[in-house]
Design a protein. Sequence first.
Length: 255
Amino acid sequence: MRLAVALLACALLLPVGVARGQPPDAQAAAPTTAFAGRHYAIVVDAPAQLHDALVGRTLLGRWRDDPDYDPEQLPLFVERAVDEGMAIARAAGFFGARVAASRLADGDGGRPVVRIAVDAGVRARVVERIVSVDGDDDSALARAELRREVLERWPLEPGEPFLTEIWEQAKRQAVDQLQQRGYLRARLAGSRAEVDAQAATARLLVALDTGPRLAYGTLEVRGLRRYDRRVVENLAGFSPGQPYAYDALLRFQAR
């Protein structure tokens, strides 16, 4: 079944299967790493690319050395680790992941040991990207050229893993590209990621609205003492009424 995920300012990701208590049998093949702590140790069974996030972005990981830790908090941390682990796995493209967290037998000196296990499944990959560019006053040819430029720098190519962070970055970058071309009011009109968790695929749709292309106004020159104003004007490389271009402005500043 294909599940559509509406994404505007941030990605809303699909639910994944959850296994509480004992870790999934398939997790045995995942790399296992132990992270010692002042108050308790964490054993992580998960793909290596998830280890840092599972320790750094969960309550279990953040509190293991905290001086304000209270042992009564540990059951809550273990319970929360399942939902936190799910979010981490989805952000990394594992939409079919199963997560389990449990307390194991105490270690040396009676120090608690907690296990987080992630059976990640297959990582979702981009199968299609559809980008449309619309605007107020440009021709179809101009919009097609803008679309080509956006796709040239689009970071999520078909076949690559669908990562939430890169997806958000790609949309911001597309708007920034349009603004640098003089469409300073460009915006993201809409976006959607259609993720099929069973097939581990992602279809990306993005709609961009350029708004009007703005032009340079009159050049104001202040503080000249030794040089004539025309020297600065000749260095500009653009004149009032020409379409704004960020690169041209940078060249002017560097001269």
